[in-house]
Design a binder for this molecule. Structure first.
Ligand SMILES: [Fe+2]
Length: 461
C-alpha cells in the first residue's frame, strides 16, 4: 500500500511537470544579449516569463503584452501558425533581451500568476559570448532521428549521460534534418521531436537544417510549414553573420566560430542561385577562426544513400563544396544517409563519382591518441582541408551500400557527434547509442600549414 501511495504521489509530481504544455518550453535564437523562449498550449493563456541570475530569485520579467502569440490561421492572420495544427493551438514566443554575454540565467514560464514550469535548475540558458571572444564552445550534432522510437531515445540518453559523467554542458545543438518522420507534420513534431529531446531543448538552443521529410510539409522558399513554426532562425543576422533574408539558410557566430546552415532540399543549389550568392558574401564577411557548415544532403556517402548517383547530393558536392572550401571551411555535418561516415582531411573532391586521387591532404586518423590531430593554418584559409561527417545515424535503421574512398571511419550504428572547440583545436567524438566513444578526431589550427595531396593515400575497405 505504501509503495502504491508513493507511486501515486510520484505520478502527481510528474504530471505537474509540463502537462499544461502541448510543447514544453524550448530555446531559440540565442545571441550574446538575448534569447527566445517558445512554448505551446492548447488554450489561450496569459503568457509570462520570469528570469534571473539565481534560480530561486527570478527577479526580471517578460510581461504578457511583450510575448508574441501565434495561432491557427482561422484565428490569426498577422502571425499564423501552419494550418495543420489544431485550431486550439497557441504558440508563445518570449524574447528576453538586455542580457549579459556568456552568462547563465534561470527562467520559468507562467500563465498569469500560475507557474507552469517546475522550480528546477534545468530551466536555464546561457547567452553566447561577446562577438569575437576567444571562448570555448561545446555542441551536439544529430541527424535523421525523428522516429519517436527506442534508438532515438537511446542516442539522446547516451549524449546526456556522457555529458553528465564529464560534468559538461552543451552550448548548442545542431540538427541536420529528418527530425519528425515521415512528413514533418505538426503532430509528428509534437510526438517525435519535442518530447524526445525536451530535457535538452529546455536549456539548449537547437539550430536546425531542414530534411527532406520535413520538406514534405514545409517550404524553404516561403518559410511556411510546421518546421518553420517550430524554429525561429535568423533572417537578419540576429546572431552574427550576414543577413540571408530566409530562415531556410542562415549563419550565426559563437565567439570565434562561424556556423553556416544551408537548405540542401528545396532551394536552388547552383552557384548562380540566391543561396550560393549569399554563402559567398557571408564567407567574405566573416572574421572567425573556425568555420562549421551543416545541411541535410551529404556530398559524400554510401550509406543508405549514394552521393555518386543522387542529384541533391551531387549538386551540394559540385556546386556548394567549392564555395565552402574557398571560404576555409573546417568541418561539414550532414545526414540523410543513415550511417556514420567520417572523412580524412580532404580538399577539392568535386568529381563524380568521388575518387581519392589528388584530394586527400592527410590520410591519418586525426586521433590525438593515434596519428595525431589534423593540422591546418590558423584562421580561415582557402582549400586548407575539411573533414566531412555524415551523422545520419541519430535514430533510424542504419545501413551501408558501399565505400566512399575519402572516408577514414565508416560505422553502421546509431549514435551522434559531440564537438568541442577550445583555443586552436576542434575535437570531435562519435558516441554510439550505448554511450561508447566510437571515433575521435581533432583539427589543430596553428601557424602556417601547407598541404599537398597524398599520391597513394590510405584507403578504406
Ligand atoms: Fe533525409
Amino acid at each position: 500500500m505504501r509503495s502504491f501511495i508513493f507511486l501515486f504521489l510520484a505520478s502527481l509530481v510528474a504530471s505537474a511537470d509540463n502537462t499544461s504544455f502541448v510543447r514544453a518550453p524550448y530555446l531559440q535564437m540565442a545571441n550574446h544579449e538575448s534569447i527566445r523562449v517558445v512554448w505551446r498550449t492548447s488554450a489561450d493563456s496569459t503568457p509570462r516569463v520570469r528570469y534571473g541570475l539565481r534560480h530561486d530569485s527570478l527577479d526580471s520579467e517578460v510581461p504578457a503584452d511583450s510575448v508574441l502569440t501565434r495561432r491557427h490561421p482561422s484565428l490569426d492572420t498577422v502571425a499564423p501558425i501552419f494550418k495543420d495544427a489544431p485550431v486550439s493551438t497557441h504558440q508563445f514566443e518570449a524574447t528576453i533581451s538586455g542580457l549579459k554575454p556568456a552568462t547563465t540565467y534561470y527562467y520559468a514560464v507562467y500563465d498569469g500568476e500560475t507557474r507552469l514550469t517546475p522550480a528546477d535548475t534545468s530551466y536555464r540558458f546561457k547567452t553566447h559570448p561577446a562577438p569575437g571572444t576567444d571562448a570555448p564552445v561545446y555542441f551536439w550534432v544529430v541527424g535523421d532521428s525523428g522516429t519517436g522510437g527506442k534508438a532515438q531515445a537511446a542516442v539522446h540518453s547516451a549524449m546526456v549521460n556522457h555529458n553528465a559523467a564529464l560534468d559538461k554542458q552543451l552550448d548548442l545543438y545542431i540538427h541536420v534534418g529528418d527530425m519528425a518522420y515521415s512528413r514533418g507534420t505538426n503532430k509528428e513534431f509534437n510526438d517525435r521531436f519535442f518530447p524526445m529531446y525536451e530535457p535538452t531543448l529546455r536549456n539548449t538552443v537547437c539550430w536546425p537544417s531542414m530534411g527532406n521529410h520535413e520538406g514534405a510539409t514545409s517550404k524553404g522558399a516561403s518559410g511556411v510549414g510546421p518546421y518553420y513554426d517550430a524554429y525561429i532562425c535568423p533572417t537578419n543576422a540576429e546572431a552574427g553573420g550576414l543577413a540571408s533574408g530566409k530562415e531556410a539558410y542562415y549563419s550565426f557566430d559563437f565567439g570565434r566560430v562561424h556556423f553556416i546552415c544551408l537548405d540542401s532540399h528545396d532551394l536552388d543549389r547552383r552557384p548562380s542561385g540566391e543561396m550560393a550568392q549569399w554563402l559567398k558574401a557571408d564567407l567574405e564577411k566573416t572574421q572567425a577562426d573556425f568555420l562549421v557548415a551543416f545541411f541535410h544532403h551529404p556530398p559524400y556517402t554510401k550509406g543508405t544513400h549514394d552521393s555518386d548517383k543522387e542529384g541533391q547530393l551531387i549538386e551540394m558536392r559540385e556546386h556548394i563544396m567549392p564555395i565552402l572550401e574557398s571560404g576555409g571551411v573546417d568541418i561539414v555535418f550532414t545526414g540523410h544517409s543513415h550511417i556514420y561516415e567520417r572523412s580524412m582531411l580532404i580538399d577539392g573532391a568535386y568529381h563524380t563519382p568521388t575518387i581519392a586521387e589528388g584530394v586527400i591532404l592527410d590520410d591519418g586518423d586525426g586521433d590525438p591518441a593515434g596519428d595525431g590531430p589534423y593540422r591546418k593554418s590558423a584562421g580561415l584559409n582557402p582549400h586548407n582541408g575539411v573533414i566531412q561527417v555524415v551523422t545520419g545515424h541519430g535514430g533510424t535503421g542504419v545501413g551501408r551500400s558501399g565505400t566512399i574512398p575519402l572516408m577514414k571511419r565508416i560505422i553502421v550504428e546509431n549514435g551522434s557527434c559531440l564537438i568541442s572547440i577550445t583555443g586552436d583545436t576542434l575535437t570531435a567524438e562519435m558516441v554510439n547509442l550505448k554511450g561508447d566513444i566510437r571515433d575521435t578526431f581533432a583539427i589543430t589550427k596553428k601557424g602556417v600549414v601547407k598541404h599537398t595531396p597524398i599520391a597513394n593515400p590510405w584507403q578504406p575497405e
